[in-house]
Design a protein around this ligand. Structure first.
Ligand code: SF4
Length: 225
């Protein structure tokens, strides 16, 4: 597998936000979202065998009652690498709760049911509209999460209409609406979280506002957290 980084941090997003978590960040992505904050994972990386990845996760997890049992496979786009389903299965077998964060462009049904899938649906102003594989709607269930990263009112209206049309709140554990966090170097603007919260409330949407906790805890430009 080609790996950008493996590290331990606090889960910053979704319904497990705030929990200690080990992240396995895979290298490479076939999309180019305008506000991508992990472009450093597009190229390079280190080739590791699945066993080497598992060993690194074991080291970071520690032992005893404080052992970290939550692992997220992310990227880049982790489903571009054919070994990813096997890595996820082996982590499950090792007693971890395994999450995967994916762009929604690849079919998540290649993964075991028990893997918690956090599946993006790209909004129009991401620059990657219409990349969502609709078959993914049939491959998620009540433990999974669907996420929209929202940069504009137009994105919000797309996410709102998609959520309603496909009754997402009935399909998955949580529908996440996350405002784009402004690039620390000024490459793209953010969306004000309060503005997004007010839109959600005005429309009475059954969704969860998602903030990226790690960007409030550490410097927003910091990698490996
Ligand atoms: S899918 Fe994810 S990693 Fe790929 S460009 Fe978009 S935000 Fe970045």
């Amino acid at each position: 597998m080609v790996i950008t980084e493996i590290f331990k941090s606090i889960q910053g997003e979704g319904t497990r936000a705030g929990l200690p978590c080990i992240f396995v960040r895979l290298t490479g992505c076939n999309l180019r979202c305008t506000w991508c904050d992990t472009a450093y994972a597009f190229y390079g990386g280190t080739k590791l065998r699945i066993e080497e990845v598992l060993e690194r996760v074991r080291e970071l997890a520690g032992e005893g009652s404080g052992r970290v049992t939550l692992v997220e496979i992310t990227g880049g786009e982790p489903l571009l690498q054919p070994e990813t389903p096997e890595l996820a299965a082996k982590l499950l077998a090792g007693g971890y709760t395994v999450m995967i964060e994916t762009s929604g462009e690849r079919f998540v049904g290649v993964l075991r049911r028990e893997v918690v899938k956090i599946v993006d649906v790209k909004c129009p102003d991401s620059g990657e509209a219409d990349t969502f594989d609709m078959a993914n709607l049939g491959a998620v269930d009540a433990k999974d999460e669907i996420k929209f990263v929202i940069s504009t009112r137009r994105d919000y209206e797309f996410a709102r209409d998609f959520t309603r049309e496909h009754r997402l709140a009935e399909r998955v554990h949580a529908v996440l609406f996350s405002p784009v966090f402004a690039d620390p170097a000024g490459a793209w603007p953010g969306l004000n979280a309060r503005e997004l919260a007010e839109w959600i409330l005005a429309d009475q949407l059954p969704v969860r506002l998602g903030l990226q906790l790690h960007k409030f805890i550490w410097d927003p430009a910091m990698k490996g957290v």
